[in-house]
Design a protein around this ligand. Structure first.
Ligand SMILES: *Cc1c(COP(=O)(O)O)cnc(C)c1O
Length: 386
């Protein structure tokens, strides 16, 4: 080992010691919601393929068709020669779907948050972020240089207090998620809209996990809601594709084209990805039945787990944390489930706060009732041995 490797490996060993070491596991094949890993077929309960669109023939076909028409790469950033008619068309379609005046694509949700927040805020601004916000929102806030104030999770009274005690003249930006990725609970969008109006703050909302799942036509919690200044999300989860977006006013879009670094300095999204997004936007509104089933399955699973004495936190969605508190227990249950042919990964600090290690179970429309029953039986078996 070189001295450089030695210096670095100290931190790796620290993680190993704390039961926090992560590793990449190779998926050798994916058939719907079943993954083959190390020769074993496992039912996947930790994928974000909530509607099964990642394997949908409609998305595959259009991705191939766009690729045949335009090739595999956009070959330049949007502002150089990478802006094609397929970008413009899909952005129009997306804006209509979201009920926003305009929409702008980013190469990922992560990149959107790291690009938009620094474009909007500088050291004279204050960003008010929910304590449970996704890493990318916090990174975007940090990168902007704005003063960062964290409010207690979903506590709008605390948020109001912070807003009222802040600098009158500073630009104020409220940043939160709609459906929280690790807890599966929702924020109070109406309350946030009211508060942002009342306190003259900008409202920036990340809908990553709700896009495809909530909203009258399935386009997220922010669908057709007036009063959200920046409606951010992504296509990598329920939409079964890849990439990020923001819905906003036309003037804000114009501004972001001038000032959002992730748009200016990164190669435009390729046609293959835009094709898949384009098809997802057509298919999502037709999946009301799948969404309804998903919600029913989630309610059933939550109820069963609670009856068994498990803590599912604040979950009110298809994202269901099974909170085991310490790393060891979370790892032990994950390992035992895997023996039973179930893939449900342990989520540990620093992704979640210390002492809240969990299995993050996420349901998909592809799961059969039998697969969910099997999951419940396997968890019950673990509970009996404890
Ligand atoms: C997953 C996620 C992102 C990142 O989106 P990608 O498109 O995967 O980069 C951003 N914000 C939230 C809340 C997320 O859950």
């Amino acid at each position: 080992m070189s001295s450089k490797d030695l210096e670095i490996s100290e931190k790796i060993e620290r993680r190993r010691f704390d039961n926090q070491l992560r590793r990449l596991r190779t998926i050798d094949g994916m058939d719907g919601i079943e993954a083959t890993i190390e020769g074993k077929r496992l039912v996947n309960f930790c994928s974000n393929n909530y509607l099964g669109l990642a394997n949908h023939p409609g998305l595959v076909r259009r991705s191939v068709a766009f690729t045949e028409d335009y090739g595999t790469g956009a070959a330049a950033s949007r502002l150089v020669t990478g802006h094609f008619d397929y970008h413009a068309k899909v952005e129009d379609k997306l804006a209509k779907a979201l009920g926003q005046e305009s929409a702008l694509l980013f190469n990922s949700g992560y990149q959107a948050n790291l690009s938009i927040l620094p474009a909007l805020a500088d050291r004279n601004a204050v960003i008010y972020a929910d304590r449970a916000c996704h890493h990318s929102l916090l990174q975007g806030a940090k990168l902007s240089g704005a003063k960062l104030q964290r409010y207690r999770h979903n506590d709008l009274i605390h948020l109001e207090e912070l807003l009222k005690n802040g600098d009158e003249k500073a630009r104020k930006i409220i940043v939160t998620e709609t459906l929280f990725s690790m807890d599966g609970d929702y924020s109070d969008i109406d309350g946030l809209i009211r508060l942002s109006k009342h306190c003259d703050a900008w409202l920036y909302i990340d809908d990553a996990h709700a896009f495809g799942i909530d909203g009258a036509r399935g386009f997220g919690c922010g669908e057709s809601r007036k009063g959200i200044d920046f409606l951010v999300g992504g296509f990598g989860k329920a939409a079964g594709a890849f990439g990020g977006y923001v819905g906003c006013s036309s003037t804000m879009k114009e501004y972001l084209i001038q000032f959002a670094p992730g748009l200016i300095y990164s190669t435009a999204m390729p046609a293959s990805v835009v094709g898949a997004i384009d098809a997802a936007l057509d298919i999502i509104p037709t999946m009301a039945k799948e969404r309804e089933n998903l919600k029913q399955h989630a309610a059933f699973l939550r109820h069963q787990l609670k009856t068994e004495g498990f803590d599912t936190g604040l979950s009110a969605s298809h994202i269901i944390p099974l909170i085991l508190y310490n790393e060891q227990d979370a790892l032990a249950l994950a390992a035992q489930l895997e023996e039973e042919g179930i893939l449900a990964l342990a989520i540990r600090p620093p992704t979640v706060p210390r002492g809240s290690s969990r299995l993050r179970i996420s349901l998909s429309a592809l799961h059969t009732p039998e697969q969910i029953e099997h999951l419940i039986a396997a968890i019950k078996k673990y509970a009996k041995q404890r």
